[in-house]
Write a protein that binds this ligand. Structure first.
Ligand code: CAA
Length: 290
């Protein structure tokens, strides 16, 4: 296999140590990249580091890596709680905080002011406009979407989203870095939901409508898609995995951004979100989790 490790950044900062952020930090650190992991509190960063440790334990158990390699990967991850500190001296920033335009815009402004002039600022957003985030910075040509899939250490795809002013050079750097991580990057233009969620969310939404209308049971709907279409998870299980609040939020972005009612969120999805049944993270969604 060709050694393309020179396409990797030397040092990166991942902002946000939640499920996506810690997965992204893990993958970079596992490929030898000095990785700063940043969140708002020590507790939040340490939770992220602990999740990375657990994920690496799975690879140790399978003998994909040794215990010493696990320690070396964790040793490459520096926990911090200040964004300006985190982005000093990095080649790439990957933002992976929760999906809120104001929070992300503020963060991009801070990162733009503190990161080296040559650094690329990427967002792992699943639904917020890359162009809008780029407009908050003085380097729109170096702003791009780097949308990883959950679970990040396992899923091969990186959806690479070009904003209005993203340069060819930025895009080429991020495509090459994603490949060097062992991922498969696929380019998309900056329209609502990009490709992944524009196609995925209507399927999940339709599955919720099928359940609401009594077309089948939750198990029936999921089995049809698993066995009939070879999906690893049925759409309702996948919705629980993603979070029903996240699904509704993305459907709203699709409906507003594309101006088409076909993306209206199923009332059952909204009702479940109102009840706090958000999926795995709250222990209850379409299914129950202990
Ligand atoms: N870290 C390390 N290894 C992990 C892991 C993690 N976080 N999660 C799963 N694995 C490994 C397991 O150890 C296991 O390894 P082996 O096969 O070598 O034993 C393998 O992955 C499969 O896991 P499980 O046996 O536990 O369960 P599974 O076979 O059901 O697979 C799954 C789990 C990989 C999550 C699979 O169900 C799947 O691919 N589901 C679909 C996931 C998907 O669609 N993700 C995209 C969501 S959308 C998104 O992320 C973006 C968005 O914008 C909303």
């Amino acid at each position: 296999m060709a050694d393309n490790s020179s396409a990797l950044p030397k040092r990166i900062a991942v902002i946000g140590a939640g499920t996506m952020g810690n997965g992204i930090a893990q993958v970079f650190a596992a490929h030898g990249v000095a990785t700063v992991l940043c969140d708002v509190s020590d507790e939040a960063v340490q939770r992220g580091v602990a999740a990375i440790g657990k994920s690496l334990d799975r690879f140790v158990k399978k003998e994909t890596i040794t215990a010493a390699q696990k320690d070396a990967i964790l040793g490459r991850i520096a926990p911090v709680t200040d964004v300006a500190d985190a982005v000093g001296g990095v080649d790439l920033v990957v933002e992976a905080v929760f999906e809120n335009l104001d929070v992300k815009t503020k963060l991009f402004r801070t990162a733009d002011a503190a990161a080296p002039a040559a650094a690329i600022l990427a967002s792992n957003t699943s639904s917020i406009s890359i162009t809008a985030l780029a407009a908050a910075t003085k380097r729109p040509a170096q702003v791009i979407g780097m949308h990883f899939m959950n679970p990040v250490p396992i899923m091969k795809l990186v959806e690479v989203i070009r904003g209005q002013d993203t340069s060819d050079a930025t895009c080429a750097t991020v495509m090459a870095a994603s490949q060097a991580l062992g991922k498969v990057p696929v380019e998309a233009q900056d329209y609502p939901g990009f490709i992944s969620n524009r196609v995925l969310m209507p399927m999940i939404n339709e599955a919720a409508f099928c359940l609401m209308e009594g077309v089948s049971t939750r198990e029936g709907i999921d089995e049809i898609m698993k066995l009939g279409m070879s999906h690893p998870m049925g759409p309702l299980t996948l919705a629980d995995f993603i979070g029903l609040d996240v699904c509704v939020n993305i459907l709203d972005v699709l409906k507003d951004g594309l101006g088409d009612d076909k993306y209206r969120a199923c009332p059952l999805l909204r009702r479940m979100v109102a009840a706090g049944h958000l999926g795995r993270k709250t222990g209850r969604g379409f299914y129950e989790y202990t």
